[in-house]
Design a binder for this molecule. Structure first.
Ligand code: ADE
Length: 255
């Protein structure tokens, strides 16, 4: 899959043994639109093209024995060198041993111009590749999936959303869950009553100030009840701190 010819804000290059995995990203949705507009660059690099034998083999048994196979350093090293077109290129390796991916890391990586992703398989890649070339080891969660490809898609999509112009209204990115370290408020659309459940009256009031305040409060309620761990790290404004105190007092009265 070749990059488009335009001058993108961020270029993503993915080293994988399954380039076909990524085709849908360029065909559907927000990422595909941004790619077609030239805002983001995207290219896959087939690791097997860098194999050194007639079998196009890219993995081998682990030294020291044990189950599984390991990506060999020679083909992977060559693929990385090819992908690193610029000095400033940063290399990201998707691995369950990496730093847990979150909104802050997405924002940090969105400042880069050129990002190369390594999708591992099997038992992983030769450690010397990590030592020599990898700038970020990133995990999408505390579980193991069968390969780095779905993880790369998630990470790339989240980074692309931070690039100005990718999401039509940046306002909706700013209001996304996690942007300010909090979960999003609940959303409702027509009809007003569904299976006996009514839309909260404030949302029908037309009073934008009250609606904003309700949404601010609901973000705190959602975070407090579903992910209290996030509140410990969130940088709350003075208004949010006051609201949170009120919510906690109200909850205390209820129990
Ligand atoms: N490869 C396998 N599991 C992974 C995970 N949790 N995050 C990133 N890459 C992975």
């Amino acid at each position: 899959m070749q990059d488009n010819e335009k001058n993108p804000v961020v270029k993503f290059k993915v080293i994988t043994i399954f380039p076909e995995f990524f085709k849908p990203m360029l065909e559907f949705g927000i990422f595909s639109r941004a790619y077609k507009k030239g805002l983001i660059g995207f290219e896959t690099i087939d690791l097997r093209d860098f194999a050194t034998d007639n079998y196009r083999s890219i993995d081998d048994e682990p030294y020291g024995g044990g189950s599984g196979m390991v990506f060999k350093p020679v083909p992977l090293g060559k693929a990385i060198k090819k992908a690193k077109s610029e000095k400033k290129t940063k290399v990201v390796y998707l691995t369950p041993s990496g730093k847990l991916f979150n909104s802050d890391l997405a924002k940090e990586l969105a400042k880069e111009k050129d990002l190369v992703f390594i999708c591992g398989r099997y038992e992983g890649i030769d450690q010397r590749i990590v030592d020599l070339y990898v700038d970020y080891e990133v995990s999408i969660g505390d579980y193991v999936i069968s390969g780095g490809e779905p993880a790369a898609m998630i990470v790339i999509d989240a980074i692309a959303r931070q690039v100005e112009g990718v999401v039509k209204e940046m306002d909706s990115v700013v209001k996304d869950s996690f942007y300010d370290g909090l979960l999003d408020y609940p959303h409702y659309t027509r009809p007003e009553t569904y299976n006996g459940l009514r839309v909260p009256a404030v949302l029908l009031s037309g009073d934008h100030k009250r609606i904003e305040l309700w949404r601010e409060k609901m973000k705190l309620v959602e975070t407090l009840t579903k992910r209290p761990d996030l509140l410990e790290r969130a940088r709350l404004t003075e208004t949010q701190k006051k609201l949170l105190k009120e919510i906690k007092e109200q909850l205390r009265k209820l129990t």
